[in-house]
Design a protein around this ligand. Sequence first.
Ligand code: ATP
Length: 304
Amino acid sequence: MTTIEVRGLTKRYGSEVVVDDLSFSVEPGQVTGFLGPNGAGKSTTMKMIIGLAAPTRGSVTIGGRRYRELPVPLTEVGALLDAGAVHGARTAYDHLLALAVSNGLPRRRVDEVLVRTGLEGVARKRAGGFSLGMRQRLGIAATLLGDPRVLIFDEPVNGLDPEGIRWIRDFMRSLAAEGRAVLVSSHLMSEMAQTADHLVVIGRGRLIADMGMAELMHANGDGTVLVRTADPGGFARHLTAAGGTVRDGLQSALVVSGLSSSEIGKLAAYHGVPLSELTPQRASLEEAFMELTKDSIEYQGATV
Ligand SMILES: Nc1ncnc2c1ncn2[C@@H]1O[C@H](COP(=O)(O)OP(=O)(O)OP(=O)(O)O)[C@@H](O)[C@H]1O
């Protein structure tokens, strides 16, 4: 099982500290969402993980070793930081073959990754004519050439259409289901909510949150039910007696946890209490993210 361990990672460009004493782990078998506003330091952190930028302080190890100590890095870590970095005149097949040969990987891997990413039909076409979605698939195919246990993707869905986004999302999940450690960055919480099992949130280079997705959803109200009735105090007592936890919401609504909306409906019917609203709540993760990162947005919109 291969884990990425980031410890006290710091990067300074001139007088600017862009990554500031960052520590977190990326565990196998799950998708870890790496979230932060633009300029938060996500790309710089990813570059340090794969040895493209040198840390000013701190360390990153992959399965206990630094990137430059890995004998054949592509067999340990696959990373897609810039999907545009494809030689446009080459065919998809030749692009992958050149990478495989220069890294000492068997040729058969080229066919395998083309099939895995659904590109076998366009393998002999020039990558220069590919749509963004296909270029993204080709970039992903390249990360898989060495069948690595760790995968890193920087904003992989940026600019894609809904179908492309869906494909990438499902693909990340299938990689994690195979036991790989998958680190994916995004500046959109909505994107991560549907992809990640775990979240690492940064702002201005610093760690803001490191928690499970389920934990974040729960902390932000997922699983509660909003109830309105003419006598909230009276019904709250019934809810509590039935094992629910009740807190006051806005405009004399009750926010109930520990009971499902159908249990609450039955309880109301049993006691003859008319309800004017009974709504299961979904966590507003976008709001949670804005709240978490509000102090670290680099450029706030100014009102003139
Ligand atoms: N080579 C460099 N030299 C100087 N400053 C840099 C360099 N690379 C990045 N920076 C600065 O570091 C900060 C963090 O950039 P980074 O690209 O890591 O952020 P990010 O979270 O990936 O954001 P984005 O989503 O906008 O790419 C930015 O202020 C950026 O201008």
